[in-house]
Design a protein around this ligand. Structure first.
Ligand SMILES: Nc1ncnc2c1ncn2[C@@H]1O[C@H](COP(=O)(O)OP(=O)(O)OP(=O)(O)O)[C@@H](O)[C@H]1O
Ligand SMILES: [Mg+2]
Length: 401
């Protein structure tokens, strides 16, 4: 075995033509598989060898044969070599070219790909395809089933071809990563829009159930008062105007809470910890205990946590039948944890599963909205709820400064 040499010695016929073709392929051919298979053939032909295998280096360091010339029969899974295994593994790990004369590979599938008969030996020239950062992204391995010592110019030419391939594989990975970011971004936009839609529907319901109903009844009482005024029945008029007045108060309160549902003056004025205390005090029919650390959180995180706490407390008041709920906000290291616990009737048994894996029957926007908010701030949601054993909603926000 020898290390890579210099480009001394006689030049190779068609060297310039090969490089030109490889350059064209690398920049013009959209399918990487076609680029690799064609380069394997061109290199075999130019070096008058018996064949060429292309091994791609996976993220975990394993090598996988992704192209070969002559093309191998498709017999299921491609050949995979564990990280650092064999000569190609070493080429990939050390990022240096290697030549071998009369090698005797042991792996039978590998022998099959090299076209070796029993006890037949192979001479090989293996070069790393380097990325611009100098890592090895693939190995090009040319082989001859006869005794052959590859010359330094052959090594140098294969190295130049391999570097063009390294560049192409690198570009392929970058464009995959860009595509991944684009998909994530699109998913985020979709989630945000869905979240906004959910808020709008909630607002429409608040207005419909609260404000519109109150105003409709108010008009009924005012009409009754008008009729009674014509009849001169002042006692009845007074009664109707009083009822109308209290409905107007109710409509005002409903309007305010619908507006509060969109943005929270409490949170803006008081900050998260005191905002939670104030929110808890306003819940009728449930005693809510709050233990909240004063934390300096980004606005969007504080708003999301506030909304989640608000929804969880409202759920506890509406559905749990509990007398008491506890809201906790603490920071452990760089993780902020918000939890809302009640000891009410619970719902089903999702156990430790988050709502993403199954919302309870009859879910509307509340739990789904929590899940969306949590996703948007990069946090984790865990809802533990057992029939008869209460419910805990827990949100963990990692990496908070
Ligand atoms: N703390 C809780 N205790 C018992 N059941 C709960 C609790 N929280 C949620 N649930 C159950 O889960 C269901 C879904 O809750 P979710 O908040 O998604 O909808 P909702 O409260 O019914 O309606 P919305 O929140 O849209 O006004 C509830 O209808 C209720 O059956
Ligand atoms: Mg709810």
């Amino acid at each position: 075995m020898t290390g890579s040499g210099s480009a001394d010695g006689p030049s190779i016929a068609n060297e310039a033509a090969l490089l030109e073709k490889v350059r064209e392929l690398v920049t013009g051919e959209p399918a990487l598989a076609v680029v690799l298979a064609t380069v394997a053939r061109l290199l075999t032909e130019t070096l008058a060898a018996d064949g060429c295998l292309v091994y791609q280096v996976e993220e975990d360091g394993d090598l996988v044969v992704v192209a070969s010339h002559p093309s191998a029969p498709d017999d299921g899974e491609p050949l995979r070599m564990p990280k650092g295994f064999g000569v190609t593994g070493r080429v990939a790990a050390d990022v240096v070219a290697v030549t071998l004369v009369d090698d005797d590979p042991r792996n039978q599938r590998h022998r099959g790909l090299l076209g070796l008969q029993d006890r037949q030996r192979v001479s090989r020239l293996c070069v790393p395809a380097r990325t611009p950062e100098g890592d090895c992204s693939a190995v090009l391995a040319v082989h001859c089933r006869t005794h052959r010592e590859f010359a330094p110019p052959e090594l140098a030419l294969a190295g130049r071809v391999a570097d063009l391939i390294g560049l192409r594989v690198h570009l392929e990975r970058v464009s995959c990563a860009v595509q991944g970011y684009r998909e994530e971004w699109e998913a985020l936009v979709a989630t945000t829009v869905a979240g906004q839609e959910a808020e709008r529907r909630r607002m429409a319901w608040d207005l419909h159930d609260g404000v519109t109903q109150a105003i409709a009844s108010l008009m009924f009482h005012l009409s009754a008062a008008e009729v009674a005024l014509g009849d001169g029945d002042l006692d009845y008029v007074t009664e109707q105007v009083r009822a109308a007045r209290s409905l107007a108060d109710l409509a005002l309160g409903e309007t305010r809470s619908a507006i509060d549902g969109l943005h929270s003056p409490v949170l803006e004025d008081l900050g998260l910890a005191a905002g939670l205390v104030s929110m808890a005090r306003a819940v009728p029919s449930l005693q809510v205990e709050v233990e909240a650390q004063d934390l300096d959180l980004p606005d969007h995180v504080a708003t999301s946590l506030f909304r989640i706490a608000q929804e969880a407390v409202q759920n506890a008041a509406k559905h749990s039948g509990a007398d008491k709920a506890v809201v906790r906000l603490v920071k452990h290291g760089r993780t902020v944890v918000l939890s809302i616990t009640d000891d009410g009737r619970g719902f089903g048994a999702p156990g430790a599963a988050g709502v993403q894996r199954g919302l309870p029957a009859g879910s509307r926007y509340g739990l789904a909205g929590m899940s969306e908010r949590v996703h948007l701030i990069g946090a984790r949601l865990k809802i533990t709820s057992l029939a008869g054993a209460g419910t805990t909603v827990e949100v963990s926000v990692p990496d908070v400064e």
